[in-house]
Design a protein around this ligand. Structure first.
Ligand SMILES: NC(=O)c1ccc[n+]([C@@H]2O[C@H](COP(=O)([O-])OP(=O)(O)OC[C@H]3O[C@@H](n4cnc5c(N)ncnc54)[C@H](OP(=O)(O)O)[C@@H]3O)[C@@H](O)[C@H]2O)c1
Length: 267
């Protein structure tokens, strides 16, 4: 059997790098992307920016020319964004959507014709548990990830008959440097949102720092990639995060909102 060819975005990041290492160790050939020109021992590095259509197209063309196929596309690259809905600048919101949604969608559109031709392929989109609900001061991030989830569901239904499997992995908190690349729309000290923002941002950072090891997600993703009939969605995280979707469907909306406000100590 020929070696599986993987295109993984965001291979320099916490989750991406763990995925790249894990899949390479198990014999898959991983092409990993970064916006920077880099070298790696664990994956074959490709420079690509999800904000640049030409670089997206060139990446896919290069891989097809070199390997003749792409077996697995892992849309992992993404950025965080924090700020209140009222005060986050529209340009920052567009930047977040560009990377987390439009860019990954465009890459997927470029890969799909090749997977259809191959009559097989696996697309794994990394969304987030945050995509299930609008968390305070992470509403825009949550919206980008909710968009990924809805798109993933439709894509799966549209392409299953072409032999393409589509999976959404929604992680809870994982200990990575996601805070470094985040877009911060910090309110000024006079803002009505200032105190809540500062307190909640610290909670968000503490939760990420106390998050699971990225290797756990990498291991699970590998196992999912080897399944004949993977599920459409996997929530991967600690118990309380994994049951969030269940709570959302069971509890009245206002009660769930009350629990969220209580957790984040919003008056
Ligand atoms: N960590 C968590 O707790 C957590 C939870 C839920 C979901 N997620 C999701 O998991 C994914 C990985 O997150 P992470 O925690 O590993 O973050 P990270 O360490 O900040 O890594 C982000 C990766 O995305 C790449 N990237 C950013 N903007 C890009 C762009 N415009 N074009 C191409 N690549 C770009 C970065 O590559 P370069 O900087 O090298 O270009 C980097 O490799 C993201 O989609 C994130 O939303 C993370």
């Amino acid at each position: 059997m020929s070696q599986s060819i993987v295109l993984l975005t965001g291979a320099t990041g916490g989750l991406g790098n763990a995925i790249a290492r894990h899949l390479s160790d198990r014999g898959l050939k991983v092409y990993g992307t970064s916006r920077k020109k880099i070298k790696s021992d664990n994956f074959i590095a490709i420079q690509m920016d999800l904000n640049d259509s030409i670089s997206i197209r060139k990446t896919v063309d290069y891989l097809i020319q070199k390997e003749g196929k792409i077996d697995i596309l892992i849309n992992n690259a993404g950025i965080g964004i924090t700020g209140s809905i009222e005060e986050t600048k529209i340009n920052d919101i567009k930047k977040a959507f560009q990377t987390n949604f439009f860019g990954m969608l465009e890459l997927t559109q470029n890969v799909l014709p090749h997977m259809r031709k191959q009559k097989k392929g696996l697309i794994i989109n990394i969304s987030s548990i945050a995509g299930y609900t609008g968390l305070p001061f992470r509403g825009i991030y949550a919206a980008t990830k909710a968009a990924v989830m809805r798109m993933t569901e439709a894509l799966s239904a549209e392409t299953l008959s072409f032999g393409i499997k589509v999976v959404d992995i929604a992680p809870g908190d994982f200990k990575t440097n996601i805070a470094e690349g985040r877009i911060y729309s910090k309110p000024n000290q006079q803002s009505v949102y200032y105190d809540d923002y500062v307190r909640i941002l610290k909670m968000i950072d503490d939760e990420v720092d106390a998050g699971l090891k990225p290797q756990i997600l990498a291991h699970k993703l590998y196992k999912i990639s080897q399944q004949k009939n993977p599920k459409l969605r996997y929530n991967i995280g600690i118990f309380m995060q994994k049951i969030t979707p269940f709570l959302i469907t069971c509890l009245p909306e206002r009660l769930f909102e009350k629990l969220i406000r209580k957790h984040y100590k919003i008056k």
